[in-house]
Design a protein around this ligand. Structure first.
Ligand code: FAD
Length: 454
């Protein structure tokens, strides 16, 4: 056994990071286990790097620290005059041309370093390059509890004991390995003409970064050639055998919740990051392939292989065919293909889309009503509270969920709660709840939650 802490957090994404930090700052001893070499999860190791205005608590602290460390890059209509309404823009494509916008991003490596320093300063014991592989349970009563988790790292397999455990894996891996109930990713899907009625997970994605791009030149080409989607260049490259059919796939759209955001990828898809001339690009798993990268090694390997090959082919296509990319080069590729729709644990309460729409009140609300825009639903805004029971998986007494692993139905977790600000907030709540449980020497399921935290 290499560690024995009050609280053991598995996964150091936005959820696990802020849970560990809050619990340690509240007086508990915390061990944080992370597979990769820095905290931040999809947003650092996975390169997502989406910066937002602070929403309070650790999220605001993070945004301020990233800014002070020079990690934030902000694009506006002044720096990117042809960006608003441009169909190549991942986020701003639906704006009116010349509309005002602010697109802030953080440098993934710099931000990961800031987060690592914060954990170190707080005194959290972090085990990087350590992967959760198993769980030992105390069984016997109606419910079970986790006794220790087994992790694999350079020392081989070691056990880490704790009183309270927090699942910050982003795919509910700790909950699943503990035997807590969950549903796999894959909800109702768009009803297109060729839809076969099957439910598939929202596709995962690999993010990568290119520098040396002259976007003004790209935009000038789009206008002069009347080729806003670069379709003419894509066709030319396809005829020459320079790109495979799956690289730029037609979008699927319909009445389903995912709209046209991730299902299909008909053209270049990018967003400014880090510095002038540098952009992040997306490659999504073909939706039809129905890959479950969170629980199937073959699917994970297939996604890695195909998306890396798409990155290579796309980079060569852009350099050879698209004006403005002549001097471009790849500067970074995500460490993994990010999972958008992993396991969804069944908690003491499962938050549904009806709860969000009706603005249901909960006696154990951890947040005051929050207003959020559901962009799959015509960009309507709903105001809703979140009950603490969504943090508590059924059947395990000393486990708390957080981030993308909360007990939410897929539409609610996917469209709203999995974003960086809210994962940081729910992580902070999970860490606070764990520390209170230690202080009061009770199971998190016995905590009385009377006042919203945020
Ligand atoms: C392709 C993609 C694009 C996205 N785009 C956006 C966006 O534009 N804006 C936005 O706000 N959000 C976006 N998201 C969503 C957001 O990134 C995630 O929902 C959020 O990062 C979830 O936070 P988390 O802390 O729950 O998990 P994650 O960020 O997934 O972090 C989980 C951490 O746990 C670690 N881990 C996992 N398993 C183990 C294990 N067995 N042992 C040890 N460690 C483990 C991982 O290495 C990782 O560091 C995107 C997600 C994806 C996949």
């Amino acid at each position: 056994m290499t560690a024995d802490a009050d609280i053991v957090v598995v996964g150091a994404g936005p959820g696990g990071f802020s849970a560990a930090l809050k619990a340690q700052r509240t007086g508990s001893s915390v061990t944080l286990i992370e597979k990769y070499d820095m905290p931040g999860g999809v947003h650092t190791s996975g390169l997502q790097g989406s910066a937002n205005t602070g929403v309070g608590g650790i999220h605001t602290e993070l945004m301020e620290k990233f800014l002070a460390a020079g990690c934030i890059y902000t694009a506006t209509e002044k720096t990117h005059s042809d960006w608003a309404g441009n169909p190549l823009s991942h986020y701003e494509k639906n704006l009116e041309p010349d509309a005002k916008f602010i697109r802030s991003s953080f440098d993934p490596s710099g931000a990961g370093h800031v987060m690592a320093t914060m954990l170190e300063e707080a005194g959290v014991q972090v085990m990087y390059r350590s992967t959760l592989v198993d769980v030992d349970l105390n069984e016997g009563g109606k419910n079970s509890s986790i006794d220790r988790v087994i992790v694999e790292n350079a020392s081989g397999q070691t056990a880490i004991k704790g009183k309270i455990f927090i699942d910050g894996t982003g795919t509910a891996e700790l909950a699943a390995r503990s035997g807590a109930p969950f549903v796999r990713g894959g909800g109702p899907q768009p009803e297109t003409a060729d839809w076969d009625g099957e439910c598939r997970p929202i596709p995962g994605g690999l993010l990568w970064i290119m520098s040396g791009i002259d976007f003004a030149k790209v935009a000038a080409y789009q206008k002069s050639a009347k080729d806003p989607l670069l379709s003419k260049l894509i066709e030319q490259a396809r005829s020459a055998g320079d790109i495979p059919p799956d690289l730029y796939r037609p979008r699927m759209s319909g009445s389903g919740v995912y709209g046209d955001y991730y299902i299909g990828h008909p053209t270049l898809d990018l967003s400014p990051i880090q510095a002038d001339g540098t952009y992040i690009l997306w490659q999504n798993v073909p939706y039809e392939w129905e890959l479950h990268m969170d629980d199937t090694a073959e699917d994970e390997a297939r996604a890695d292989e195909v998306l890396r090959s798409f990155v290579e082919v796309e980079a060569q296509f852009l350099k050879k065919y698209v004006p403005g990319f002549e001097e471009s080069y790849i500067t970074n590729i995500g460490r993994f293909v990010g999972v958008r729709d992993g396991r969804h644990p069944i908690g003491e309460y499962v938050f549904s889309i009806e709860d969000a729409i009706s603005g249901k009140s909960f006696s154990d609300a951890v947040t005051a009503p929050m207003t959020k825009t559901f962009y799959w639903d015509g960009f309507k805004s709903y105001s809703f509270e979140i009950p603490f029971r969504c943090f508590l998986p059924k059947t395990i007494d000393n486990l708390i969920l957080t981030g993308a692993s909360l007990s939410f139905t897929y539409e609610t977790i996917f469209m709203v709660m999995r974003n960086f600000p809210w994962c940081t907030q729910t992580g902070e709540i999970a860490g606070y709840a764990a520390a209170l449980s230690i202080e009061q020497n009770i199971s998190p399921k016995k905590l009385e939650w009377k006042t919203p935290y945020f």
